[in-house]
Design a protein around this ligand. Structure first.
Ligand code: F3S
Length: 69
């Protein structure tokens, strides 16, 4: 699984890293550090990634489930 954060949509609400602190963190300015990036979700963190995506009020987080995507 991979996840990405749309740099244009992320406006620093911080719910993602508050909900999934083992997976995501703040860049110090309130934005998530992976803003504008796509990263691999470590095994065991899939549920946290989905929760973070579901709770972002901007819909900035996308989850890619396919192994080859
Ligand atoms: Fe950004 Fe949404 Fe997280 S706006 S900081 S991706 S909750």
């Amino acid at each position: 699984m991979k996840m990405s954060v749309d740099a244009d949509r992320c406006s620093g609400h911080g719910r993602c890293y508050a909900l999934a602190p083992a997976l995501l963190e703040s860049d110090g300015d309130g934005f998530v550090t992976i803003r504008g990036s796509m990263v691999d979700v470590p095994q065991g963190s899939e549920s946290a990634a989905r929760d973070a995506a579901a709770w972002c009020p901007e819909g900035a987080i996308n989850i890619l489930d396919r192994e080859d995507s």
